[in-house]
Design a protein around this ligand. Structure first.
Ligand code: NAD
Length: 487
């Protein structure tokens, strides 16, 4: 059966989700469908009162369900039931997401949603396997590192992969025994509400997952500054991450996981499989129209193969066909908003004005939605804005090198260090670069995640603090207590 759908027929779960109930609220932020620009809803903005209510509901749910202290396998089973229900409701969830966001419905069902369900299952399995430990002491003592959940965790997510980002935050926090208040992006709020509804339908205690809708300055600030939210997990821009650190410092100290922006390099040596490299590189900047934190937006290629590689990437970029996110055949996404598209265009035009050459793209696509041409820019160097700024769009720059030292120097960004790609067939060089690259992820001869959820993701430098996925994400949702008993 086709996954394509009529966007005018989708019903959205409009409202906050608190204590297992949809809480109606007046819309304040006008929302437009990225694929055709039509207004479809207005997102409410929760103030301190709504955030308070969500916190109270989370505390009550923890108390009445004993979620933090039940036999851990009970948490595993409940979360796996939720994951199964998400898979079973994948089409409904995909319609909500495809309507509101830049994610095409075909990629959602087989990709984002299937992977999110798998990741919930992955974290569910930690509940009864990772915990406290006994430590070596003398034999008249017993030393323990006792691990326990925080209680109420606050999570804030961006608009680029709303379901995946909600899953990355909710799954480890819940498996670790916490309740969560999630604030999705005000631009894509509804898939998270539906996921929370599914959690209750799957049997998770009402109030364990609460979703408050709203913007950063009002709702986000109320959440990060709330005295009874014990930990914050955030994914978004470095700018917002800094604002959150400031607010947390002002309102009380609490731990934070911050997954922030990037400007990731892809380094290609002449001994690489150039076809494979071209496919990975073009794919990385056109997937979700480059709106991915790890998008490999700076190509750094050995001069002797630059012309061949550029031609192969150009061919792939030019083959891309835009389409609405509700068409199953669509592979190339719109940009999230008119404003974001204008920002992308502004940086590209400024780069050209500063001497760069646009080899393809560089313009908005004449379509009803917010589409932008895949764009390849040559003759750029630091401090051209196209090299320095996170564009968050389908824009790739090319720089060339002759020596390893040059490649390494070009790849190092002054502030970001999220991901990096390396294409070479030389094993020693691979290890040398893996050691030297200043990034939280190094992909070699590929540029994408796999479904090995045990590999954590996170940034160096101003790309973030702490990790999502992997063991680290689970442990980031628990705190430890050192217990020493004199026998
Ligand atoms: P954004 O920072 O504008 O918003 C992200 C979220 O933070 C939204 O929910 C927003 O409402 C909220 N927010 C904004 N200001 C806030 C404040 N002062 N206090 C509390 N909350 C606040 O980012 P965006 O435009 O939604 O997403 C794009 C950014 O996210 C890019 O920089 C991208 O690199 C980053 N990102 C990073 C990762 C990662 O894993 N490192 C993953 C996806 C996206």
């Amino acid at each position: 059966m086709s996954l394509s759908f009529d966007p005018d027929t989708v019903s959205l779960p409009v409202g906050h989700f608190i204590g297992g109930e949809l809480v109606a609220a007046e819309g304040a932020i006008e929302l437009r469908r990225p694929s055709d620009g039509k207004v479809y809803a207005a997102c409410p903005v929760a103030g301190v009162d709504i955030v308070d209510r969500a916190v109270e509901s989370a505390k009550a749910a923890l108390k009445s369900s004993n979620w933090s202290n039940v036999r851990p396998r009970e948490r595993t089973k409940a979360l796996q039931t939720w994951a199964d229900l998400i898979e079973a409701e994948a089409e409904t969830l995909a319609r909500i997401e495809a309507l509101c966001s830049t994610r095409p419905v075909g990629q959602l069902v087989a990709g984002d949603i299937a992977i999110t369900a798998e990741q919930i299952g992955f974290f569910a399995e930690f509940a009864d396997k990772e915990g406290s430990e006994l430590v070596p002491t003398d034999n008249v003592s017993l030393g323990m590192i006792m691990s326990e959940p925080y209680g109420v965790v606050g999570a804030i997510t961006p608009w680029n992969f709303p379901i995946s980002m909600a899953g990355w935050k909710l799954a480890p926090a819940l498996a670790a025994g916490n309740a969560v208040i999630l604030k999705p992006s005000e631009m894509t709020p509804y898939s998270a509400v539906f996921m929370a509804q599914l959690a209750v339908r799957a049997g998770l205690p009402a109030g364990l997952v609460n979703v408050v809708l709203g913007d950063g300055p009002t709702t986000g600030t109320a959440l990060t500054g709330h005295p009874e939210i014990a930990k914050i997990s955030f994914t978004g821009s470095t700018r917002a991450g800094s604002a959150i650190m400031e607010n947390v410092a002002r309102t009380g100290v609490k731990p934070m996981t911050l997954e922030l922006g990037g400007k990731s390099p892809q380094i290609v040596f002449a001994d690489a499989d150039l076809d494979k490299a071209a496919m990975a590189i073009a794919g990385s900047v056109t997937f979700n129209a480059g709106q991915a934190c790890v998008a490999g937006t700076r190509l750094i290629v050995e001069r002797s193969v630059a012309a061949n590689l550029t031609a192969a990437i150009l061919e792939r970029m030019k083959a891309v066909r835009p389409g609405p996110t509700w068409d199953e055949a669509t592979q190339y996404s719109p940009v999230i908003s008119e404003r974001q598209r204008a920002r992308i265009d502004g940086i590209v035009k400024a780069a050209v004005e500063a001497g760069a050459e646009c080899l393809t793209g560089g313009n908005v696509i004449d379509n009803p939605g917010y589409f932008y041409e895949p764009t390849l820019i040559a003759n750029v160097d630091h401090p051209n804005p196209a090299i320095v700024e996170e564009i968050f769009g389908p824009v790739l720059t090319i720089q060339t090198f002759e020596t390893e030292e040059e490649a390494l120097a070009l790849s190092t960004h002054p502030t970001y260090g999220l991901a990096s790609g390396l294409f070479t067939s030389d094993l020693s060089r691979t290890i040398r670069f893996a050691r030297k690259l200043e990034a939280g992820t190094v992909w070699v001869n590929r540029y994408s995640r796999s479904r090995d959820h045990i590999l954590p993701t996170g940034g160096y430098k101003r790309s973030g603090i702490g990790k999502d996925l992997g063991r680290e994400a689970y442990h980031a949702n628990r705190r430890t207590k050192s217990v020493l008993i004199s026998l």
